[in-house]
Write a protein that binds this ligand. Structure first.
Ligand SMILES: N[C@@H](CCC(=O)N[C@@H](CSC=O)C(=O)NCC(=O)O)C(=O)O
Length: 279
């Protein structure tokens, strides 16, 4: 693992690393925030943050304003990149922002030429946590959160790995990708046209078809001035499925907020406190 950058912040540290990933078969970069309490070697729980379309590991760390409260609560934050990258990694044929580089959709692609590198589900669920546990002062406690495409990632990964996380949260998530343009494009390209293979990557489908004996709590915040709300995000699908099985989902519609990190930075403290209360 190669240290790419290191910045002292609120008494703790923000660091970026590059490593050769066996899962995505390319170099991956991730960022980690380590609260001050870890300077003495004390172990802390980890929040995994999954970013949205066009992002890298840097967007959340630079724009979310999460460090002060994460430091106060003693939570480490890990932010992976949103796709594999490199000269050999295929991109959207037209170079569009919603597929390929920066748009890995946190799934394991099965369609060539994407299947070789686009294995973001396994990377986030397995390889990255193993790497974090072996190199940083963290406990076994994990939570997962994300924004937009990353909210989709947090919901699907969390719901499929309930024993691995103590809580899930999301800002402006894509909750029913098989029924929105971003999701249909991504799933067709990465998984092919057989929609049966799409179900395990669709939070609403997972909520509708699974039984959750020990559900973990979910918190979602959504801005009502979000330009992607009606066409892409459609949170009511997940709300309805959750209500149907009495799943512990808290949903906040926030008046006047859009899709940006201005919105995330306004409510990230509440999400951090939510996760801290469930570790
Ligand atoms: N460039 C696109 C929109 C891209 C965009 O809004 N990306 C969001 C995530 S959208 C869903 O996954 C984002 O987080 N951008 C990075 C940031 O720092 O704000 C367009 O022009 O429509």
């Amino acid at each position: 693992m190669e240290l790419v950058a290191s910045n002292k912040v609120v008494g703790g540290w923000h660091k970026r690393y590059r490593h050769a990933s066996t899962t995505t078969q390319c170099d991956m970069t991730f960022a980690v925030f380590l609260p001050e309490i870890t300077n003495t070697g004390q172990k802390v729980p980890v929040l995994y943050w999954l970013s949205g379309l066009t992002c890298t590991d840097e967007n959340f760390m630079q724009k979310a304003g999460a460090f002060k409260v994460a430091n106060e609560l003693g939570i480490a934050i890990v932010a992976p990149d949103t796709s594999p990258r490199g000269d050999n990694v295929p991109d959207d044929p037209k170079g569009d922002y919603d597929f390929g580089l920066g748009a890995g959709f946190y799934l394991n692609a099965t369609m060539p030429p994407f299947d070789k590198h686009y294995q973001m589900y396994d990377y986030v669920v397995t390889e990255l946590p193993q790497l974090i546990k072996s190199h940083f002062p963290v406990t076994q406690q994990q939570a997962i959160s994300g924004h937009s495409m990353g909210g989709h990632g947090a919901l699907t990964i969390g719901l499929r790995n309930i024993e691995q996380y103590s809580s899930i949260s999301a800002f402006s998530p894509i909750v029913h990708p098989q029924q929105c343009p971003w999701g249909i494009k991504a799933f067709t390209g990465y998984l092919g046209i057989d929609t049966k293979t799409w179900q395990k990557y669709d939070a609403t489908a997972l909520m509708s078809t699974n039984e959750f004996e020990q559900p973990i709590p979910i918190l979602i915040d959504q801005g009502d001035a979000d330009g992607f709300l009606d066409e892409q995000l459609q949170p009511w699908h997940l709300q309805k499925a959750a209500e149907h099985i009495n799943y512990p989902l808290t949903f906040n519609m926030r008046e006047g907020y859009d899709h940006s990190y201005f919105f995330i930075s306004s409510f990230i403290d509440e999400h951090l406190r939510f996760h801290a209360s469930h570790f």
